[in-house]
Design a protein around this ligand. Structure first.
Ligand code: MG
Length: 226
């Protein structure tokens, strides 16, 4: 069932689930789960705006949009044009150039610290590719999000050939201690739905930020980290 839970509910649940006789994992997505990418999107959009004569859009639209195509489709752009602009947008979005513009969602830093205190092992499982590793670490450090510790892994894609969802599913499917993944958190409904099939007894939480299509995840969701 689709249920809104609070960060307190989540932390209470995880406290109860902690078994100190074994290593237990919590998996976090990065983009739009830990890091708010709205500013990055906005900067790139403004860069393309001049090139393609794009409309002025509000910050709110950026916060809700999953990608640029979702915005442009509302402004009567031709499909092939949207495709072209979106490709350009995605290329810049997935590059090193603007990644340091991301800011973490308020409260997430404290939650991760809390989970580390409970002795959980944290895995950041992201669709970002390994060429963004250095900047990703820099960005985490800049924003005081725990990273580069013995009980934290940063798992990234080799390249952009593989879709994020496939990459994440394969990683979890092949994860040796699947049963010790206590919680998986992602902002993408489809990812949450697919993960639920693999990790049926574990807690899958959707972080409610940007939305792809109109997909619904029928499970617990969190709307803020504070
Ligand atoms: Mg995400």
């Amino acid at each position: 069932m689709k249920t809104l839970i609070s960060k307190e509910d989540m932390l209470d649940y995880l406290k109860n689930k902690r078994d100190n006789t074994k290593i237990q994992y919590i998996v976090f997505d990065i983009d739009d789960t830990i890091m708010d990418t709205a500013e990055r999107k906005k900067i790139i959009y403004n860069r393309l705006k001049k090139m393609y004569d794009l409309p002025t859009i509000s910050s709110e639209e950026f916060e809700k949009a999953y990608n640029i195509a979702q915005i442009l489709v509302k402004y009567n752009f031709q499909e092939d044009e949207i495709l072209k602009i979106n490709q350009k947008f995605v290329k810049l979005f997935l590059s090193n150039k603007y990644i340091l513009k991301d800011r973490p969602f308020p409260g997430i830093k404290d939650i991760i610290n809390e989970l580390l205190k409970m002795n959980y092992y944290i895995i950041y499982l992201t669709g970002r590719t390994i060429n963004l590793r250095k900047k990703t670490i820099k960005s985490f450090k800049m924003n005081e999000i725990p990273i580069q510790k013995p009980n934290i892994d940063l798992v990234m894609k080799k390249d952009n050939d593989c879709p994020d969802l496939t990459f994440k599913l394969e990683y979890i499917k092949n994860f040796r201690e699947k049963e010790n993944i206590v919680c998986f958190i992602d902002n993408d409904s489809e990812t949450c739905n697919e993960l639920k099939r693999i990790l049926n007894s574990n807690l899958i939480i959707k972080f409610y930020s940007t939305q792809k299509d109109n997909l619904i995840y029928n499970g617990p969701y969190i709307s803020k980290w504070t």
